[in-house]
Design a protein around this ligand. Structure first.
Ligand code: C2O
Ligand code: CU
Length: 464
């Protein structure tokens, strides 16, 4: 049966699935726990060598060969994974963007104990929303994520429209020197500004990979920005595509992609129309710097019997996310600032040794024992409006665990996205974020530029 087939296949690797006439890439869907092993491996990432001691996740007992597997779950169906720590330092798994119970959120000292080397932890939950999400550790994250531990999650929805192919892209940088060896994960002077960018830019651990898709067809492209620093401005060349979802949530109407900014932690889903002519390509590029570069290429193959039209792309079904009641909502001001006054705290989960940032004047790194007090206690079921203000000249992708919010207003944007778990706050942006506190527990709020998080831009809410 399909189920046995899925369980029996160790899935490592890329991305190509669901194609008319194309081999389906086996996914992972089971309430029998997946064995998810955090481990070291050696991988060829840069063109000039093999990077030793990359950190990754592998399925089952064997040695992982490359990037963390794309985990496939089903909306509303139980999922379970048994983490085994094969590293030489503590770790945990955070399921970024999934609105699951607090005890499964993966934040050490807050929702669970550290998982020490040789130990394990059982994660089990039911994802309530369909869409593109991701997973990563929440301990010593600049190193663990920077060295490879970022994987994509696809939560499938049986009610989704069909496409001719699907490509999943895990975008990230690597900080590598000669021969592919890791260099320092950050530079303090960059951590105090926009963050330290990598030297090797990859999609699915490859520089500018190319995927085949049926000529004339519609391809669903799920993109996750899992780097610890890089903000992208994406665009297409050689063809067109529409944005159908942002951060796991459907757009009301598919929206033609021109240029789109998105930062660490965020996801974009596009439907790309493949050229009719075999051999022609559509290129996904990053246009943020003056010299644009190729993220990945989609190459048309087969006869263009499909001739699908972007105009036929309909909205994906929406997730059921409660809207804040603005007449009763409590307003909570949140100021994001630069600071240099506080001493960093030592932590089992790693300290960078600097404090550069703060939320409401309090710096915290997010995974130390004895956390600072919550920003505030939120009452279960009540509505809130977070009045966020970026008082810095840098962009910050601010991520809230466990709860989704909607951008109600902003002085820096005309287009307001669907509900999200991460907002890329632009320099000097002031925005109002509406949410319903419908998930009990302690939920982190932090910048997903990990150097910023770990040097102070971190805090949490407590839903009681
Ligand atoms: Cu992906 Cu605490 O976050
Ligand atoms: Cu930041």
């Amino acid at each position: 049966s399909r189920r046995t087939f899925l369980k029996g296949s160790a899935v490592v690797g890329t991305s190509f699935a669901v194609g008319a006439g194309f081999a389906a890439r086996p996914g992972v869907a089971s309430a029998t726990p997946l064995m998810l092993k955090a481990q070291f491996t050696d991988a060829a990432i840069a063109s000039d060598g093999v990077t030793p001691k990359v950190m990754t996740y592998g399925l089952g007992d064997g040695v992982a060969k490359g990037m963390p597997p794309v985990l496939r779950m089903k909306k509303g169906e139980p999922f379970a994974a048994r983490l085994f720590n094969g590293l030489d330092e503590p770790t945990t798994v955070h399921w970024h963007g999934l609105r699951i119970v607090n005890a499964m959120d993966g934040v050490p000292e807050m929702t669970q104990a550290y998982v020490y080397p040789g130990d394990g932890f059982d994660y089990a939950f039911t994802p309530p929303d369909a869409g593109t999400f991701w997973y990563h550790p929440h301990c010593n994250t600049l190193t663990q994520m920077g060295h490879g531990m970022t994987g994509v999650i696809v939560v499938e929805n049986p009610d989704d429209p069909q496409f001719d192919a699907e490509v999943v892209l895990n975008l990230r940088d690597w900080r590598l020197g000669k021969g592919g060896a890791f260099t320092a994960p950050f530079k303090p002077r960059d951590a105090a500004k926009g963050g330290t960018y990598g030297t090797v830019r990859t999609a699915n651990w490859q520089e500018g990979p190319s995927y085949e898709a049926p000529a004339g067809g519609l391809v669903r492209v799920r993109i996750a920005a899992t780097d610890v620093t890089r903000i992208y401005t994406i665009g297409l060349e050689g063809g067109q595509g529409v944005i159908v979802a942002l951060d796991g949530n459907a757009m009301d109407k598919p929206f033609l992609l021109d240029r789109l900014d998105f930062g660490p932690g965020q996801r974009v889903e596009l439907v790309v129309r493949m050229p009719d002519e075999e051999g022609k390509s559509v290129t996904l590029g990053n246009f943020r710097s003056s010299t644009p570069w190729t993220i990945a290429t989609l190459k048309a193959v087969g006869s263009a019997s499909l001739k699908r039209d972007l105009g036929d792309v309909t909205a994906l079904p929406a997730n059921a996310i409660a809207e804040a009641d603005l007449s009763t909502a409590t307003r909570i001001p949140l100021d994001f600032t630069a600071t240099a006054e506080h001493k960093p705290t030592e932590s089992i989960c790693g300290s960078l040794g600097y404090t550069f940032w703060a939320i409401n004047k309090v710096p915290w790194q997010g995974d130390t024992p004895d956390p600072v007090a919550p920003l505030s206690d939120l009452k279960l079921g009540k509505s809130y409006v977070l009045q966020v203000r970026n008082r810095t000249p840098h962009a910050h992708p601010i991520h809230l665990h466990g709860l989704s919010f909607r951008v109600l207003s902003s002085n820096k944007r005309t287009f307001l996205p669907p509900p999200t778990d991460t907002i890329l706050l632009q320099p000097d942006e002031q925005a109002e974020l509406g949410l319903v506190a419908d998930n009990l527990g302690d939920w982190l709020l932090h910048c997903h530029i990990i150097e910023h998080q770990k040097t102070g831009m971190s805090a949490y809410f407590r839903v009681v």
